[in-house]
Design a protein around this ligand. Sequence first.
Ligand SMILES: NC(=O)c1ccc[n+]([C@@H]2O[C@H](COP(=O)([O-])OP(=O)(O)OC[C@H]3O[C@@H](n4cnc5c(N)ncnc54)[C@H](O)[C@@H]3O)[C@@H](O)[C@H]2O)c1
Length: 265
Amino acid sequence: MSINLFDLTGRVAIITGGAGLLASEHAIALSAYGAKIILADFNEEKCNDAVDELKKQNINAVAKFCDVTKKESWGKLLSDVLNEFGKVDILINNAGFTNQSKSANYDAAFENFPLEDWNAIMNVNLTGAFLGCQIIGKQMLLQGKGSIINIASLYGVVSPNHNIYPGTGISQPVAYSVSKHGVVALTKYVATLWASKGVRVNALTPGGIFNDHKGLFLERFKQLNPIGRMSDKTELRGGIVYLASDASSHVVGHNLIIDGGWTIW
Ligand SMILES: NC(=O)c1ccc[n+]([C@@H]2O[C@H](COP(=O)([O-])OP(=O)(O)OC[C@H]3O[C@@H](n4cnc5c(N)ncnc54)[C@H](O)[C@@H]3O)[C@@H](O)[C@H]2O)c1
């Protein structure tokens, strides 16, 4: 007898931040178990490129525009997806302002951190996830089933270690960490509301993902991480499939931390 707990055949998955580093990894993982993929981003050109790359790997994906900070943009995305696919089973709230896709003054020191950047980062990282849960989650409630995965961060669990950044050209602004703590709180709030209605909401916390980091930052990070290295971008795949699939049918409001142990000491 074989039990395919992870089967996602025919399930329709929306992944926001579709043009970025990790969205394609989520797509590869979900698609390997049968899901149909929609990559959504406000950078349409890069999102189309990401879909083209996935197609080269025989992954069936489509690109859609969505500015996650705008309610009407989420509404349009949902109606497009319903027209094309008839339903939505999985949402990964993955869009974020990160060290790759920075706000204008992302590197400003706390003492001078502009309110505009605080608002911009909170808007994408936290309000974007709120709107995604609200608008796509409402559809999932109508369907009586769904899985939402909110992508948090190691810095949504602990503060950044401020000692690793000087001299590296990398920074972690206050709004990033605070917004990601908020994502974990949002996850718990919505999860407890909807668990009995068939819609599961969980968070997934990546650690530091290796993306050509070099020198001082890489050395410091490796020394501080119990596993002795940064994550490979492929190492979230198992967690994504687990949380999206019925393998995690009794998992509600959980924050699955995949960080090589960073947050345990
Ligand atoms: N890469 C890491 O080391 C790491 C670590 C922990 C957590 N995370 C989280 O994982 C998620 C993905 O990270 P990534 O490394 O792929 O980031 P990335 O910067 O490569 O991609 C983020 C994407 O979000 C998109 N985006 C920004 N604002 C948007 C908006 N208003 N509407 C729609 N899309 C918007 C950008 O265009 C970009 O394509 C983020 O939420 C990030 O905070 C990443």
